[in-house]
Design a protein around this ligand. Structure first.
Ligand SMILES: [Zn+2]
Length: 482
């Protein structure tokens, strides 16, 4: 299917009328390559960052909605009853051993985990001893609030993979089950992406297990309607950021096959905004190995037209065949693909193939798959014809954005202008939108890129970025200090 899509995209670009304006745009593209080479030589870190921030970016197609909430956004929305649907939240600020020794500290209600957040409905069911361990979110002291904010992002040198996988999601607790908070996080992401000129967002979310304030369950349909209502609100439409959804299933859970069947049926019945399925959860949990899902997917493909699949694979320290196995599942895109470099047969097969690898540089660094950006295999993929694009994964938990990913790529790997255009274009060409929507967005990208080129060649000044997220200021302080 993707071959057909890529051919369409090429045809679209090649078949534009060869007017005088187009001939001049070809000239300006080659001039832009020279301009960018010279700019790289003279630009300060802040000037390069401003350039990449202003550059029209195709999209972010590896993005987890609940991992993409900045800590401040979570707090603001969770404490605003107008935005959060009328829920009240408490968070754990003291670790008294109310339940004695030997409790499950690896489940979703660990007794000793600070800043575990619960709704009023859950809170009311706690013992008096347990209630004393929790504080109303709006009553946190200044120090406690700062610690709450820091508890759901990687902000300290000792924090990495385990902190992320084993504590962040557990801390978010009942807030993850509130579809209103998720919908507002979606709006905040769209508004932030408008600021950095990102055109498309394909985000991973869930429509199951959501709860009303009284603890009763939302149907998946009612949850989906809330997301769509937000997408069609004036505030969201004003951003001009196009959004599509993938349903995420947690790959290592005992009922993952059932989740997959339900997600497939849901997407098949709601094609339009819902465009694909993803498998999430840490890949070093062996229970979620790719081939576990082969028979279920073959059964589903015998029952209805295909649902697009983008699947996390190769987010792993050890060399293994997860990427090959994931392609055998029928995946159209691979999330991370970090260890593809250690599987030469699959690497060769993916050169000039329709299968794109979604690269997440900051995630791979902070979760300790890459010891440094310099050793990341991204440039090898990019420069041997493996389709790639840049994406953010769980940007809220890194406190970063898509510009940061581009900045790291340019500053470590000396990307050319043509390579930047390729990364931007790939995000749309390999998106799971309908062919018609994809063509429309590709034309918009082309037009906005041309305007950006013209402005650079005319020496139009680029505005300074006013507010940076914390990752880039810590990783490359010169970007923020000029
Ligand atoms: Zn991911």
């Amino acid at each position: 299917m993707l071959n057909h899509i890529k051919a369409l995209a090429c045809l679209l670009i090649l078949s534009l009328p060869a007017s005088a304006a187009d001939t001049s745009s070809l000239v300006s593209e080659s001039t832009m390559s020279e301009w960018f080479n010279a700019f790289k030589q003279r630009a300060t870190p802040a000037q390069m960052y401003n350039f990449l921030h202003a550059m029209p970016k195709g999209g972010d197609i590896h993005h987890h909605l609940s991992g993409a909430g900045m800590s401040e956004w979570w707090w603001d929305i969770a404490t605003n009853s107008k935005q959060n649907g009328g829920y009240t939240y408490y968070t754990k600020t003291a670790p008294t051993l109310c339940n004695g020794y030997g409790t499950n500290e690896f489940g979703f209600n660990p007794q000793l985990l600070m800043f575990h957040t619960v709704s009023a409905f859950t809170y009311e069911q706690l013992s008096i001893c347990e209630k004393n361990n929790y504080t109303l979110l709006t009553n946190l002291s200044k120090t406690q609030k700062q610690a709450f904010l820091n508890s759901i992002r990687l902000d300290k040198p000792h924090e990495g993979r385990d902190e992320f996988f084993q504590t962040h999601w557990q801390r978010l607790g009942d807030m993850l089950l509130n579809p209103h908070i998720q919908a507002y996080l979606l709006l905040k992401n769209m508004q932030a992406y408008q600021q950095e000129n990102v055109m498309y967002l394909e985000t991973q979310l869930q429509v199951t297990d959501m709860r009303f304030p009284d603890g009763s369950a939302y149907t998946p349909k009612a949850t989906a309607e809330l997301f769509v209502e937000m997408l069609e609100s004036d505030a969201a439409v004003d951003t001009n950021v196009q959004v599509r959804f993938q349903l995420a299933i947690v790959r290592f859970l005992p009922n993952a096959e059932q989740q997959l069947e339900e997600a497939w049926t849901f997407v098949d019945g709601h094609r339009g905004y819902f465009v694909g399925i993803n498998f999430v959860g840490r890949e070093d949990n062996d229970k979620g190995y790719p081939l576990r899902f082969l028979s279920t997917l073959r059964k589903l493909r015998a029952q209805s037209p295909p649902v697009s699949l983008s699947v996390h694979a190769g987010e792993s320290d050890e060399p293994n065949t997860h990427i090959k196995d994931t392609l055998l599942l029928g995946a159209d895109r691979i999330g991370h693909g970090y260890n593809l470099i250690g599987d030469p047969d699959t690497l060769l097969m993916m050169r000039n193939s329709p299968y794109l690898v979604e690269i997440n540089l900051i995630s791979n660094l902070l979760l300790e798959y890459a010891e440094s950006i310099d050793e990341h295999p991204f440039p090898e993929y990019l420069r041997t014809g493996v389709p790639v694009t840049l994406s953010t994964d769980d940007r809220g938990m890194w406190s970063s954005n898509l510009t940061d990913e581009y900045y790291l790529a340019v500053s470590h790997f000396d990307l050319s202008w043509d390579e930047l255009v390729e990364l931007n274009t790939n995000a749309i060409v390999h998106s799971f939108m309908s062919n018609e929507d994809r063509e429309t967005l590709l034309l918009r990208l082309k037009k906005e890129t041309q305007r950006f080129i013209d402005n650079r060649l005319n020496n139009t000044p680029i505005a300074d970025v006013q507010q940076h997220y914390t990752f880039i200021c810590s990783y490359a302080p010169a970007v923020c200090s000029e």
